[in-house]
Design a protein around this ligand. Structure first.
Ligand SMILES: *[C@@H]1O[C@H](CO)[C@@H](O)[C@H](O)[C@H]1NC(C)=O
Length: 393
């Protein structure tokens, strides 16, 4: 009976949505040619395409030297923290867009979007302060791009580009690593719960700011089990062979849970103008770390590039003036390229999962839905029909 009820409830809502979608489709389409959505990216080293090449920072926050980018997709190291491409390069490709350029690259063409991400950056301005482009500054840069689009295309067309664009946000890891666990003063000031609330509070503020400026379609890369990064295994207070650094993983877990609660609330608050895609990078990556061979990898614990236990000391490329780093033969066998960052192969596999993977990994919309503007039911529409335990996003 329950099944029947929810079946009818669901299909009726689906029917309503189809009618509404059809009406909107006819009303809006009229004069516009089919256009690709632009792609705007905010974040940290997980999605930095080379912005840090243009700021004053420490070598550890850069990847514009070998062996980064060694697999030859790009002619030389670009600043991406990978042996090749990163997740947003694949997403751009699947969306039929060119590679999205770093904002700070001189003469970058913003007409398909632009990438503001900066290695080491956090949601909080206090995270790696002075060495990165923090979230607030990334949002200010977005404002400048918005202005320049208005100057170039006129305000109607610029608004259309902004509201049709997909916004990708990948940050938070540095707030918990350098910003908190590596910062005893911050730990004195705030207990973990308070700190997570602060990060999520500032992230939520940023999301709302973006939406006020016309953004409608947002995607989030959730945090991975941070304590299992080779760098954090090496720092585990219980010993570098004691496994993942639990405290770090717990912070990522709490952050993901909080974000998972915030997003449907924002959806309700901004009813009709906010569509989002959340992801479960945490479980997805943990599966590969714990059981690499099942997924075609050989090594899920140690990095390909680095020194010390698990190659967990970030010397890749000789950053700590230590030229004696080790480098694996085939990064495709590895989950981790350096002590903090996954290999291109992981980036590609997860990009595929985000694009149109199963609802255990991405939801309520996937990236294909956002880019192609597919209308379908959202969690907010059907929240009464889903048993609590099945709600993943
Ligand atoms: C944002 O972070 C700052 C600390 O950097 C904190 O004082 C403030 O309360 C946070 N804002 C929200 C809305 O959580």
């Amino acid at each position: 009976m329950r099944l029947l009820n929810s079946f009818f409830g669901t299909s009726f809502l689906m029917y309503l949505n189809l009618v509404v979608a059809f009406l909107c489709f006819n009303a809006i389409r009229g004069g516009f040619a089919e256009k690709n959505s632009a792609f705007f990216i905010f974040g940290d080293s997980s999605v930095d395409p080379g912005n840090n090449n243009y700021i004053e920072t420490i070598p550890e926050n850069r990847a514009d030297y070998k062996p980064y980018g060694q697999n030859g997709f790009f002619k030389e190291p670009t600043g991406r923290f990978s042996d090749g491409r990163i997740i947003v390069d694949y997403l751009a490709e699947y969306a039929n867009l060119p590679i999205i350029p770093p904002y700070l690259q001189p003469s970058a063409d913003y007409s398909h979007g632009v990438n503001f991400a900066s290695g080491g950056a956090g949601v909080l301005s206090t995270t790696n302060q002075g060495l990165v482009i923090d979230f607030k500054t990334q949002l200010e840069y977005f404002d400048k791009v918005r202005l320049s689009l208005t100057e170039k295309f006129g305000s109607a067309e610029a608004e259309e580009i902004i509201s049709n664009a997909v916004y990708f946000i990948s940050m938070g890891s540095n707030d918990y690593m350098g910003g908190y666990l590596g910062n005893p003063k911050m730990q004195e000031l705030h207990n973990p719960e308070e700190y997570v609330r602060m990060v999520i509070g500032n992230l939520t503020q940023g999301i709302q700011e973006l939406c006020e400026k016309g953004a409608k379609k947002l995607a989030f890369l959730s945090l991975c089990p941070l304590g299992c990064l080779p760098a954090l295994r090496a720092l585990n207070p219980q010993g570098h062979d004691a496994g993942c650094f639990e405290q770090a993983t717990a912070l990522a877990f709490a952050h993901n849970n909080a974000l998972r609660t915030v997003l449907p609330n924002l959806e309700l608050l901004l009813k009709g103008t906010f569509k989002y895609s959340n992801s479960n990078f945490y479980d997805w990556l943990l599966d590969r770390i714990n059981d690499p061979t099942t997924y075609g990898f050989k090594e899920g614990v140690s990095a390909c590039c680095g020194a010390g236990p698990h190659r967990g000391i970030l010397t890749c490329g000789g950053t700590k003036k230590d030229p004696n780093y080790e480098l694996c033969e085939n990064p495709n066998d590895y989950v981790w390229f350096d002590s903090f960052h996954p290999t291109e192969r992981i980036h590609e596999q997860f990009a595929k999962a985000l694009w149109n993977g199963p609802s255990t990994v991405v939801g309520p919309y996937n990236l294909e839905d956002l880019f192609l503007d597919k209308n379908k039911q959202t969690i907010a529409d059907i929240v009464d029909d889903i048993p609590e335990t099945q709600q993943i996003f």
